[in-house]
Ligand binder design. Structure first.
Ligand code: CTP
Length: 408
């Protein structure tokens, strides 16, 4: 389920309160709208000191509401509250937090918050001292006990020039929180999915290593798709760039070598329902990595002796015989020839339930690019060839396959 389908036609109520961070709420409203949501915005009077309703109307294409209620004043708050799938207040000031904690209703935003029955996400923004104050912290506790999700605040430079904890969480990260909250009732809710992503690195000396071209993009997209399907996700990643961007809600375990990856994967799989092995694992490692940098003078005709790494999927299958988990294991096969035969052979050898095969010789698929053309080969012998599509769409197809296994 991609960002568009998760958010499409969802009613998001966005409350905006008076903080210099208000300008970021326009970006958030825009991102939500672009992802297909219907975004109704309510601005407090103080928010209007920083931004205008017109700015929100321009990005959402819908009316933005203020305390200047019209003749239909008595129904606005009920209507907005009733229709919302999610209420987001970003930025949320200390004052609005206090009002929410005590059930006050002195403006359209707080009245609507009392009337709404949907989940509430707030993103506080205030000076560090205000956030740390005992009164604010007591309000945070009250709201958290009422199942309000509190995103942030983040640490960093604040409008006062001081550094501290009080910054509004960035809109891209808030989108992650919105997705998490909307996904809660989706098909993989209650399931633990472990995803491995990116290439491993095998040290030759403290400076050099053996690795591969894997960017980790496919694995990160799989982790996001699993989160969107409602799963609890552990993302085990090698040190590649894309693998560093952990989707909001995933627990990231950073690894470097294949032996690290094996250990982390076996540990995570003890409680996993699903393992998706998207990592590009180095099959060999240096037999004896040098403790010190190998100097050029030593290097003429240098040869490095390699020893074979363990096959992690096989280690997982052996552990499963004792523990019963994971229920499903999905592997990847990046091939430069005989894609189908190799995929079918690996499916059997590694005791996989599904293997996702892709031809790495194609320019528009595999390494470096955002698209992939894969074939899904399942344990029951079924073969499904998917068209060239984004790695995000490929991930959704894999997650749909997994969801179907649990629903059937
Ligand atoms: N894999 C693994 N442990 C390894 C190597 C690979 O768990 N030591 C996993 C990969 O994460 C992937 C699948 O096995 O899901 C297939 O990986 P691939 O590199 O294509 O297969 P290999 O077993 O290395 O086979 P070959 O080198 O013959 O292609």
């Amino acid at each position: 389920m991609n960002q568009i389908s998760l958010l499409r036609d969802k009613h998001i109520l966005l409350g905006v309160t008076g903080s210099i961070a208000c300008y970021k709420a326009i970006d958030l409203a825009s991102k939500l709208t672009q992802a297909g949501a219907l975004v109704d915005v309510i601005l407090t009077q103080s928010a209007q000191q920083f931004v205008t309703p017109l700015a929100f109307q321009a990005v959402t294409g819908r009316q933005a509401y203020t305390d200047l209620w019209g003749t239909d004043a008595h129904v606005i708050h009920i209507g907005l509250g009733e229709s919302a799938d999610l209420f987001v207040i970003a930025p949320c000031t200390a004052d609005t937090m206090a009002k929410l904690a005590h059930g006050r209703a002195d403006n359209l935003l707080t009245i609507t918050a009392l009337a709404a029955r949907c989940p509430l996400l707030i993103a506080p923004a205030m000076d560090g001292g205000m956030w740390a104050h005992a009164a604010t912290q007591a309000n945070v506790k009250t709201l958290a006990a009422r199942n309000v999700t509190i995103a942030g605040p983040a640490e960093g430079r604040m409008a006062s020039g001081l550094k501290g904890k009080g910054r509004l969480v960035e809109p891209a990260e808030l989108m992650g929180h919105v997705r998490l909250m909307l996904a809660q009732a989706n098909p993989l809710a209650g399931k633990h999915v472990v995803v491995t992503a990116g290439g491993t690195q095998e040290a030759i000396d403290p400076v050099r290593f053996i690795s591969n071209h894997s960017s980790g993009k496919q694995g990160v997209a799989l982790a996001q798709a699993a989160l969107d399907a409602g799963a609890t996700v552990t993302l085990i990643t090698g040190p590649t760039a894309a693998a560093r961007s952990t989707p909001v809600g995933a627990t990231r375990v950073a690894i470097t070598s294949t032996l690290d990856l094996e250990q982390a994967t076996l540990a995570a799989c003890q409680t996993a329902d699903v393992l998706i092995m998207a990592a590009a694992v180095a099959d060999y490692r240096a037999a004896a990595p040098a403790d010190q940098k190998i100097k050029r003078a030593q290097m003429s005709d240098l040869s490095v002796q390699l020893v074979e790494n363990p096959d992690i999927t096989i280690a997982v299958a052996n552990q499963k015989k004792q523990l019963g988990n994971p229920l499903l294991t999905i592997g990847f096969a990046a091939e430069s020839q005989n894609l189908l035969e190799n995929a079918q052979r690996k499916l059997k050898k590694k005791s996989l339930d599904l293997i996702v095969g892709n031809d790495i010789t194609a320019k528009d698929a595999g390494f470096f690019v955002d698209t992939n053309r894969v074939v899904l080969v399942a344990k029951d012998g079924s073969i499904e060839r998917l068209p060239l599509q984004s790695k995000v769409a490929v991930s959704e197809a894999v997650i749909d396959w997994i969801s179907n296994q649990f629903s059937g």
